[in-house]
Ligand binder design. Structure first.
Ligand SMILES: Cc1cc2nc3c(=O)[nH]c(=O)nc-3n(C[C@H](O)[C@H](O)[C@H](O)COP(=O)(O)OP(=O)(O)OC[C@H]3O[C@@H](n4cnc5c(N)ncnc54)[C@H](O)[C@@H]3O)c2cc1C
Length: 349
């Protein structure tokens, strides 16, 4: 179901689209070794907002499952499968040529992908090849060439218009409602790609990936983040880690905590880190600098644990708890005194 704002945007968009050229969107699907990235559900919503034909491009090897799943998202009318090892590991040059070729064949009005490292890797190249501008971090679609995107570290929302013939967008996944897969499957079509799909400009050597049995940070329902106030790595291990286990939460961190080496930098949330919008965001020992807020202020409920009543976080009008984090972590809801694991503040909005 669309939120009130989404419904307003959709109605404005619908009136703008009346009489406009017919839209068609190519979603370049982010996936990891054949498993679709969770952002696909937001990309499907964004494409549906644009309207018209929606094709999903899935490229790489071992992608049959991903292609079959992509075909069941609402609005998707066709899935294009480029089954070729040249597209494994997101080699930017090879993927760019594939997308440009598909654009030549399909004449799409919009090409969209996720505003994360996957999109950053190839979309600027596609923009250069097509000689069009790339609109990054789109947080709302207002018309077939008009969008909103955050600027000044999320402190202002810019409305931008593009007059390019092809609209090239990276989508801020947390700003769009998640469409659910499982509907009637669209057609899945194989694309002919030969040996020349590999341009030979980049060779994949290896990937050093951190593995975790916790929820993925950018899609977790609950995120527990720590800052410099946790004092050291031990603070994260002994206080935040058990809380994450208890809440089935992903762990995040401020840049100060990451820079101090308390936790790895793939946990950083903010302007220069990851963007999250969970149901519940717990910030322990984080001041709430604007650069941190830029990465989490769309969270539905924010709980701040901080001993300083003047910390910037307290200016964000959410549930804030003023307390110390070092002896014990606050694990019960301030409103109903039920443990967060059971309440998660869902009862207390
Ligand atoms: C270009 C640029 C990009 C940046 N990008 C990011 C980014 O992506 N993400 C990011 O997070 N930052 C980013 N920063 C840094 C940002 O400006 C802040 O410096 C940083 O967020 C501060 O981290 P912090 O809140 O953990 O540390 P601090 O500002 O030092 O705050 C620590 C907080 O912990 C509280 N505290 C201390 N001890 C306790 C205790 N015992 N109990 C309870 N509370 C306690 C203190 O009251 C304080 O509010 C960026 C900065 C720049 C210039």
């Amino acid at each position: 179901m669309l939120s009130t704002r989404a419904a307003r945007v959709a109605s404005r968009f619908a009136s703008q689209m009346a009489g406009a050229r017919s839209a068609s969107t190519l979603i370049v699907a982010p996936h990891n070794g054949g498993e679709l990235d969770s952002s696909i559900s937001s990309l499907a919503t964004a494409a549906q907002t644009i309207g018209g034909e929606v094709h999903v491009l899935v490229a790489g090897t071992g992608i049959d499952g991903a292609a079959a799943e992509a075909a069941t998202y609402p609005g998707v009318t066709k899935v294009l499968v480029a089954d070729n090892a040249a597209f494994d590991n997101g080699i930017a040059e090879n993927l760019t040529k594939l997308v440009v070729d598909q654009q030549a064949a399909g004449g799409y009005s919009h090409i969209i992908t996720t505003a994360n490292n996957y999109g950053k890797n190839f979309l600027p190249r596609v923009a250069a090849k097509l000689d069009v501008a790339m609109l990054t971090d789109v947080s709302a679609i207002l018309g077939d060439n008009e969008y909103e995107r955050p600027t000044y570290a999320g402190n202002a929302i810019a409305t931008v218009k593009s007059s390019d013939s092809v609209q090239l967008l990276s989508i801020r996944a947390t700003s769009f409602e998640k469409a659910a897969p499982g509907g009637d499957a669209a057609a899945v079509e194989a694309i002919e790609t030969g040996a020349d799909a590999d341009l030979g400009l980049t060779t994949f050597e290896s990937a050093a990936l951190s593995t975790s049995d916790r929820p993925e940070l950018t899609s977790a329902e609950i995120v527990v983040s720590g800052g410099r106030g946790m004092q050291n790595a031990e603070g994260f291990e002994t206080l935040l880690d058990p809380l994450c286990v208890k809440l089935n939460a992903a762990m995040g961190a401020s840049r100060a905590a990451v820079d101090a080496g308390f936790v790895p930098n793939d946990l950083q949330i903010g302007q220069t880190g990851k963007v999250v919008a969970p149901e519940l965001y717990i910030a322990a020992g984080i001041s709430g600098a604007i650069q941190h807020l830029a990465g989490m202020k769309d969270s539905k409920t924010i709980v701040v644990i901080n001993k300083d009543a003047d910390a910037p976080f307290f200016q964000v009008r959410r549930k804030c708890i003023r307390c110390q984090v070092l002896s014990s972590i606050c694990v019960s809801c301030k409103c109903c005194h039920v443990p967060y694991a059971d309440c998660g503040l869902r009862n207390c909005r």
